[in-house]
Design a protein around this ligand. Structure first.
Ligand code: PMT
Length: 219
């Protein structure tokens, strides 16, 4: 054991929301602040890893000592992640990726009228599922943002997306999930083990996520 257990390891983290454009002045997004993913990126860098952070739009400062790849939409995040994936030892997908995007992206601002407006949405690419299909040496870690039945949904996602580990948070629990400085998580591994943590700072959760992932990397 050293203070720098991840020296020589390439780690890819995704963080933040994605932003799905409707027209030049409007978009769909979600409440992700990027805090969870940035905390993981900082912790991995402190442990000596070679870190790439692919981030949707956030108000946070870029972590020092990491390679920073800013993206906006799910499609851009997908392209950026695919470019990096092959060389990685560990991938942690904490980003809150939009599941749907407007089918039509208008080039000009849609004018308001007196009636209502429906925006037709189509499915985005499930980035994590594609990574799961193409997995080779990488240890692949997903997150699951749930509002109930945490275990059932998280285990289902881990299996369907071919993950090694999943970090589940109930995003309607006090102090957990989106935007808070704290989180409350349960970490499930594919060997069937589960570890439940109390309410912790996102920095502390980040360290625990990395320690659990390192076990899977035999470090
Ligand atoms: O950013 P913060 O404000 O700090 O909030 C942290 C968080 C709540 C965003 C984070 O802890 C979290 O739960 N991240 C995952 C959010 C999410 O999109 O969960 P999901 O259950 O919808 O998706 C499951 C997994 O599939 C995630 O790893 C997600 O990155 C991935 N996914 C989902 C959809 C998609 N099209 N592509 C994906 O890769």
């Amino acid at each position: 054991q050293t203070d720098l257990p991840l020296v020589g390891k390439r780690v890819l983290i995704t963080a933040g929301p994605t932003r799905e454009q409707v027209d030049p002045v409007r978009y769909f997004t979600n409440y992700s602040s990027g805090k969870m993913g940035y905390a993981i990126a900082r912790a991995a860098a402190r442990m000596g890893a070679d870190v790439t952070l692919v981030s949707g739009p956030t108000a946070l400062e870029k972590p020092a000592g990491v390679r920073f790849v800013p993206v906006e939409s799910t499609e851009e995040m997908f392209q950026a992640v695919m470019k990096e994936y092959q060389a990685m030892d560990l991938v942690i997908k904490s980003a809150a990726v939009a599941d749907y995007t407007p089918r039509i992206k208008y080039e000009e601002k849609v004018k308001k009228n007196n009636g209502s407006w429906s925006v037709e949405m189509e499915k985005t690419t499930d980035i994590l599922s594609v990574l799961g299909e193409k997995k080779e040496q990488q240890v692949l870690v997903g997150f699951a943002a749930e509002t109930g039945d945490l275990e059932r949904y998280a285990l289902d996602k881990m299996k369907r997306k071919n993950l090694d580990m999943i970090v589940a948070n109930n995003v309607i629990q006090e102090g957990a999930g989106f935007s808070a400085d704290t989180n409350r998580v349960v970490i499930f591994k594919k060997d069937g083990s589960a570890k439940e943590y109390p309410l912790l700072s996102k920095d502390k959760v980040a360290e625990e996520v990395l320690l659990q992932a390192m076990e899977l990397m035999h470090l």
